[in-house]
Design a protein around this ligand. Structure first.
Ligand SMILES: Cc1cc2nc3c(=O)[nH]c(=O)nc-3n(C[C@H](O)[C@H](O)[C@H](O)COP(=O)(O)O)c2cc1C
Length: 348
């Protein structure tokens, strides 16, 4: 294969979404094979239970590379890494027929939009282009919260920010992922404050909350609950809140990542906005199955209740869990989009 094509496929993979824009991956090229090695150590240590966030990012990357390969006239086949590490070995052969969908153009323009969206229902025609046949994704289904439960759903999904701000074990990690200056994005992971739609006075309040005493003071005055309410209002300002539902096993999170990326690209192509809402469900997994000692009993109870409410709103059955939630709607463009650092590629 042409070197330019391999680079094109890698660049598409490198455009995948990742928790806190950590881009937890590197690439090695040997002949016509691309090896993707995931680096979960680059991710938030608490919000990545069993590297399941990294697995979602891997799935999204594989989906981007599959779409890019198709665009260049190749089919990609994906195998696990021989040493059992998290990643993928991707090989290519000339494309067979069949697929007509071309989402390649949307890979470069896909981004998060954390603004409030319009609440009106999506026109049926747009809904249909988003949710047509997904049967080729194993182990995943997409569920939607009822219009009447949107606010309740949003309130559960907004809870991670409150817990991250009030909990002394988590607050430091949270602020390590906030980038106050645009240029910082070039050298490290994290979310540039404007991509979170924050300008003064909101960003000033956020800055103050870095201080332990200030955070305690805010909590006492009930201001953290007020921030939760505001966040929930933004999340709930939307046409649609959905979730990717999977069985409780690690591999299913890679499949969930493929589903999410495919849906996100379709959303982009349809001119709609998208935000992934995974923070709360990842924090809940840590509190439920991981290091419980990081949380107070009251926090665990509150998160448990919020997760149960989500379970009801998404019609979840026994043995199922939420890999991630998301919202989709019409909006104006975001104030800022995140910067994608160039891929780390080793040519062997
Ligand atoms: C596992 C995972 C979890 C994420 N969780 C959230 C989230 O809770 N809220 C959010 O706004 N974005 C979330 N994102 C989106 C990332 O922040 C985003 O992909 C990254 O900052 C790069 O920006 P871009 O996708 O807009 O280009 C998540 C992404 C992944 C892969």
């Amino acid at each position: 294969m042409d070197k330019g094509i391999i680079e094109g496929i890698i660049n598409a993979g490198n455009r995948a979404p990742s928790g806190g824009n950590s881009q937890p991956w590197r690439f090695a090229v040997r002949g016509d094979t691309i090896q993707v090695v995931m680096t979960p150590e680059k991710e938030h240590p608490v919000m990545n239970y069993r590297s399941r966030g990294t697995r979602i990012a891997l799935g999204a990357m594989i989906e981007n590379m599959r779409i890019a390969a198709r665009h260049y006239g190749f089919d990609a086949s994906v195998a696990p890494l021989s040493d059992g590490a998290l990643g993928a070995l991707i090989t290519f052969r000339p494309a067979g027929g069949g697929e007509t969908e071309n989402l390649f153009g949307a890979i470069a323009t896909r981004h998060s939009n954390r603004k409030p969206y319009k609440r009106e229902e999506l026109p049926l025609e747009k809904r249909n282009t988003l949710f047509s046949d997904k049967s080729w994704f194993a182990d995943c289904r997409i569920a939607f919260a009822d219009q009447t439960s949107l606010q309740r759903t949003a309130k559960s999904l907004a809870l991670d920010v409150l817990i991250n701000l009030q909990n002394e074990n988590l607050r430091k990690h949270f602020f390590q992922e906030v980038l106050w200056r645009e240029e910082e994005q070039h050298s490290r992971s994290g979310l540039y404050v404007k991509t979170m739609e924050m300008v003064p006075p909101k960003s000033t309040v956020l800055k103050l909350l870095q201080n332990k005493r200030m955070a305690a003071f805010f909590k006492k005055l009930g201001l953290l609950e007020k921030i939760l309410g505001e966040n929930a209002k933004t999340i709930g300002s939307t046409a649609l809140i959905g979730a990717v539902i999977v069985p409780n096993k690690d591999e299913a999170f890679v499949e969930a990542g493929k589903v999410v990326e495919n849906l996100w690209l379709r959303t982009t192509q349809a001119g709609l906005s998208f935000q992934l809402l995974a923070g709360f469900v990842f924090l809940w997994q840590q509190a439920e199955f991981g290091d419980r000692s990081l949380f107070s009993d009251a926090e665990r109870k509150r998160m448990g209740e919020a997760y149960n409410a989500l379970g009801e709103n998404f019609g979840m059955k026994d043995g199922e869990m939420i890999a991630t939630a998301f919202r989709i709607g019409e909006s104006s463009p975001p104030m800022a989009v995140s910067f994608t650092r160039p891929p780390e590629v080793y040519w062997e």
